[in-house]
Design a binder for this molecule. Structure first.
Ligand code: AGP
Length: 610
């Protein structure tokens, strides 16, 4: 996700801002920019697409920019492709108000329309330019920064860490946050602001963690805090004890664990993007219902975990929308002479949007005349640019090679597509739709509930770290999750593992079950659980070591060695919950084995080769 920095003090601001942004590079970004103001309040903005080195080149490492007050930004695109125009900082029409923002303004479209009606025009595709001009509108109305910022906060929905420069208030910074992180530090008459601790650590370990709806005013080496009524409030100082590297992970030992724990918010952000007023809303995608009405079938392609999302989607779409769905490995689809009517919709799933096989499958489908919908995490990626429609998952940059939060965001996107298709085809009633969406809204809290209790899973990982082989089995959606659980184990613990449809095990592979073979069963589908339980007992009778992930209310076999319960949810959505214990299990086992969890051997985050 984006990173913001701010500085006022005795030093030249630009080099300090660039250094701070360098410390936030781990957050992932595709463009960057700084704005500095001199003592007269003249504000100069410099932006560059690509990595920070481009911005450093343009500013001679910041030396060419005068002024000792400024703000800076690294952008992870959420609205608008990654280019210089869309890069932050953004400004009002005469450049007298300049802002940087980390987060997502959900109601930016309606705010933009209102501002256009009030005579504003826009140069970028970003929600941040809307935010900046909203502050400008209220500053013109009230001529008071605190009031302008608080009115902004009262009018927007979404998440933000926003820092603002006002030209007529030189050497001051105003900032406010809601749900996106912001820390502020002061040292030796200087003030520092950032999205995260690493950007401040070389100057101070005493920081203020800004809370939601607190407005910070940085000036003359100190920071004052106010509430939305412009009343002064006290914010405690926190002493940072982390080392710089640890702080980049917000105190988590690995990016993978951090990203596992980001899943509740990521699912929430993706739902906020796809659900408006209790209904699935694809207007952001410009994907109208009529375009879906003519679809006569679905072909889903992806690789690795993205493919596993497709397998889960197949069950959900077929059950809700009552239309045929094929799921294919992108690397197979691209070479198969598939029989296609041309009336299918191709859905290509990819976190990076740069996977060579998935790009090739997309191009093959387009050549065959199919309409194409991409489910992608990286804005402006190749797949995002080449598909007819793009549904962006709001997972933010995923650093760990083993995907977790992007997988979860893709699942949610898949549920939304299934409900939208069912709605267009009239295969679910309005009431059923509302119930389904209501259940979706409860997923983040249920994921959070599972994440609160990792100890039992961690212990089980330690107990089973010496296992040489594992099976993950399930039926229906539980089979799809078994695939993901098996891949997670393989790719970061290096233990050989296979996912099997539970009913298929007895057709050969059960010969591999011997004393201590680890078998993970996934039990979330009421109507299928009994069968899978029988399959688990078949393995137990051959002395397998059996663990089960089960929805509360489904009773696993008495003989199994360990049970990890997950909360109930609509049966279509259980993959979002049952995958969590499997992610944690593989993570802890990899740590126990001393593996490089975030960069496992032989793997790349994006497989851009065939
Ligand atoms: C998943 O943990 C792996 N990193 C890998 O299977 C990945 O899902 C696959 O390479 C697809 O990547 P993409 O989503 O970026 O296309």
């Amino acid at each position: 996700m984006c990173g913001i920095v701010g500085y006022i003090g005795k030093k030249q601001a630009a080099p300090v801002l660039l250094e701070g942004l360098t410390k936030l590079e781990y957050r992932g970004y595709d463009s960057a920019g700084v704005a500095v103001s001199d003592a007269c309040g003249k504000i100069e903005i410099v932006k560059a697409q690509g990595k920070l080195k481009e911005l450093k080149k343009k500013t001679n490492d910041g030396k060419s920019l005068g002024g000792n007050c400024g703000i800076g930004h690294t952008r992870w695109a959420t609205h608008g492709v990654p280019n210089e125009t869309n890069a932050h900082p953004h400004c009002n029409d005469d450049g007298t108000i300049v802002a940087v923002h980390n987060g997502i303004i959900e109601n930016y479209a309606e705010l933009k329309a209102k501002l256009i009606r009030r005579g504003y025009d826009f140069y970028s595709q970003t929600d941040t330019e809307v935010a900046t001009k909203l502050v400008d509108y209220y500053y013109k109305k009230y001529a008071e920064p605190l009031k302008a910022v608080s009115e902004f906060a009262l009018k927007v929905r979404g998440t933000y860490a926003l820092a603002v420069l006002f030209a007529d208030r030189p050497e001051e910074i105003y900032a406010i946050r809601k749900d996106s992180p912001m820390v502020i530090g002061t040292a030796g008459g200087d003030c520092f602001l950032a999205s995260d601790v690493p950007a401040l650590l070389s100057y101070t370990r005493d920081v203020y963690y800004v809370e939601n709806f607190q407005i910070a005013h940085l000036k003359d080496g100190k920071v004052d805090f106010y509430n939305l009524d412009s009343e002064r409030i006290d914010v405690p100082v926190t002493k940072i004890t982390w080392d710089a590297k640890a702080a980049e992970k917000n105190g988590y030992e690995h990016f993978m664990l951090k990203e596992i724990y980001e899943q509740p918010r990521v699912v929430e952000d993706t739902l906020n993007y796809l659900v408006q007023g209790g209904e699935i809303d694809f207007s952001e995608l410009q994907l109208r219902g009529e375009a879906l009405k003519s679809v006569r079938g679905i072909v889903i392609v992806g690789c690795g975990s993205a493919y596993h999302v497709g397998v889960a989607m197949q069950y959900v779409i077929e059950d809700l929308a009552r239309m045929p769905v094929r799921v294919e490995l992108a690397s197979e689809f691209r070479y198969r002479n598939s029989v296609l009517s041309g009336e299918e919709l191709l859905i290509v799933i990819s976190q990076s949007g740069e996977t060579a096989d998935s790009i090739a499958a997309l191009r093959e489908a387009k050549e065959r005349g199919l309409k194409t919908l991409a489910v992608v995490n990286v804005v402006g990626s190749t797949i995002a640019r080449e598909a007819d429609w793009v549904l962006y998952t709001k997972a933010g940059p995923e650093i760990s090679v083993a995907t977790t939060k992007a997988y979860s965001a893709q699942l949610v996107a898949g549920y939304a597509i299934a409900i939208k298709l069912a709605s267009v085809r009239g295969t679910v009633s309005a009431e059923e739709r509302r119930m389904l969406v209501a259940q979706l809204r409860l997923l983040p809290e249920k994921i959070r509930e599972i994440l609160q209790e990792p100890t039992a899973i961690q212990q089980f990982a330690a107990e089973t770290m010496d296992r040489k082989n594992a099976f993950f089995i399930g039926r229906g959606i539980d089979y799809a999750v078994s695939m993901e659980g098996s891949l997670k184990l393989k790719e970061i613990s290096y233990i050989h593992s296979e996912a099997y449809a539970a009913g298929e095990l007895k057709h050969g592979a059960i010969s591999l079950i011997e004393d201590g073979t680890l078998v993970f069963g996934v039990l979330t589908q009421e109507g299928l659980a009994e069968k899978t339980i029988s399959n688990l007992e078949e393995t137990k009778s051959r002395n397998a070591h059996v663990a089960v992930v089960a929805t509360k209310g489904i009773e696993p076999p008495k003989t199994c060695d360990r049970i990890f319960y997950i909360p109930q949810t609509d049966p279509h959505f259980t993959a979002s919950l049952s995958v969590i214990p499997l992610q944690l299990y593989s993570y802890y086992l990899s740590v126990a084995k001393g593996n490089n969890v975030d960069q496992p051997r032989n793997l790349a985050k994006s497989v851009t080769v065939e």
